[in-house]
Design a protein around this ligand. Structure first.
Ligand SMILES: [Zn+2]
Length: 235
């Protein structure tokens, strides 16, 4: 079975930005595994802080929301609870991610954009993912699991793409699974203001996907490639 791995800095990022891809690959019969490095407990839970919740309450609410969203989308989810704002990359966190790649041998990896002037945790996660992919390929890296091949890495769309030097290299048609993405978004009650926003983004990208393919596409997600595509033909 092929495996898609999605690495999310905070508990909800994977839902807004890659929820369609997750549901789509699940429907194709892939195993989909989401890794949440943190719960977004400090930086992306303002509504819960304003309502007087404690740090532990917030982590447990965000855990439950993200677990429910992953279930709707058809993904396994693991929380590494590494802390956020700031997300600190420790040797332990780096090794956990390398061992995840080694154990699960992903065929495709999705993560954040390379830069983001509004959020330090997101590009830090991207740099960590790229480094761990390299380490997981190294034959000498200590691990009970074999080295990985060369899975493509795609970056999902950041919140303000123009400021993040985000370039669209692929538009993924998520029309068939959009209703599930919307349901998953609605699990994230701490960020209700983003439900309509990311529905609008999916519609806009759907129009652009139609314009670039000549097909009728209602909803899409945008991705940027890190490595070139390889094959016997240019398509
Ligand atoms: Zn985030």
């Amino acid at each position: 079975m092929a495996t898609l791995m999605v690495v999310s800095a905070h508990a909800a990022d994977f839902v807004w930005r890659a929820g369609g891809a997750i549901a789509l690959y699940h429907d194709k019969g892939w195993q989909v595994r989401v890794l949440c490095l943190s719960y977004g407990e400090r930086g992306e839970s303002a509504r819960l802080w304003k309502s007087g919740k404690t740090l532990d309450d917030i982590k447990s609410i965000r855990h439950a929301e993200a677990e429910h969203a992953a279930q709707i989308l058809g993904a396994d989810i693991r929380f590494l609870d590494a802390g956020d704002y700031p997300l600190e990359v420790t040797p332990e966190l780096r090794d956990k991610l390398v061992q995840e790649f080694r154990e699960h041998q992903p065929d495709l990896i999705l993560t954040h954009s390379l830069t983001d002037p509004y959020n330090a945790d997101h590009p830090r996660t991207t740099q960590l993912v790229l480094e761990c992919r390299i380490l997981a390929q190294a034959h000498g890296y200590p691990s009970p699991y074999p080295p990985i091949g060369a899975p493509p890495v795609f970056l999902y769309e950041p919140h303000q793409p123009e400021q993040c030097q985000f370039r669209i290299d692929a538009l993924l048609d998520i029309s068939s699974v959009f209703e599930r993405k919307r349901q998953a978004m609605e699990c994230m009650e701490a960020q209700e203001h983003l439900w309509a926003y990311y529905t609008d983004v999916a519609k806009r990208r759907g129009v652009q996907a139609g314009r670039n393919s000549g097909q009728s596409i209602r909803y899409a997600e945008a991705y940027q490639r890190v490595y070139p595509s390889v094959g016997g033909e240019l398509v």
